[in-house]
Design a protein around this ligand. Structure first.
Ligand code: HEC
Length: 172
């Protein structure tokens, strides 16, 4: 009984401390400042585990056709390139100002197609990564995922020539 009482008091103190902290204005939400190490670790771990568990049951269609990948680069250039800078281009002002910074998707070839799709469709809350599923059907998003598998192999010239070959394919 004594232990339960102590536990309740302990939890109450924790809740009160959290409320005082929330209303104190002490925490700096500025995007111009990095998260502290612990907060950054906590948020990225929560995010990684969340994406991994939610994408586990997604059925990945055949992504290998050239037509699909060409549609994908067109859509990538329209929808993603402003934040996820393609090879050979400079970061846009928006990409430079976002915190967390939009990652270079060419360096994410370890992520599965299902994980890439889940993030693209649902976005990541409070990061600037939009939920494209709010405005797009699954069928319109898969080509972008198909293209992401080509991205690590492209340099600036390769990106431009594939984009040129695509010549406005894709749903945009
Ligand atoms: C307005 C800026 C913005 C646009 C446009 C945008 N993203 Fe993002 N994206 C972000 C940010 C910021 C993150 C980092 C989120 C984080 O760190 O949790 C991100 C993360 C991601 C990730 C997760 C990468 C990882 O580290 O696991 C994927 C996948 C992704 N975006 C795909 C896309 C695709 C595909 C498009 C276009 C259809 C797109 N994004 C458009 C800002 C953007």
């Amino acid at each position: 009984m004594e232990m339960l009482k102590n536990f309740v008091v302990f939890v109450l103190i924790g809740v009160i401390a959290a409320l005082v902290f929330a209303y104190s204005g002490l925490y700096n939400v500025a995007a111009s400042e990095p998260h502290s190490g612990v907060v950054a670790w906590f948020l990225s771990t929560v995010s990684e585990e969340s994406v991994e568990s939610r994408s586990a049951d997604i059925e990945v269609p055949d992504l290998s056709s050239l037509e699909m990948r060409l549609a994908g680069i067109s859509d990538y250039d329209e929808m993603c390139a402003e934040c996820h800078t393609p090879p050979g281009r400079r970061d846009s002002p928006m990409a430079q100002g976002l915190n967390p910074a939009p990652p270079d998707l060419a360096e994410h070839d370890d992520a599965s197609a299902a994980e890439l799709f889940w993030v693209t469709k649902h976005g990541i809350r409070m990061t600037g990564m939009p939920a494209w599923g709010a405005t797009h059907d699954d069928a319109d998003l898969w080509p972008v995922i198909a293209f992401l598998k080509d991205l690590p192999d492209l340099d600036g010239e390769g990106y431009q020539s594939m984009l040129h070959e695509a010549d406005g394919m894709g749903h945009h």
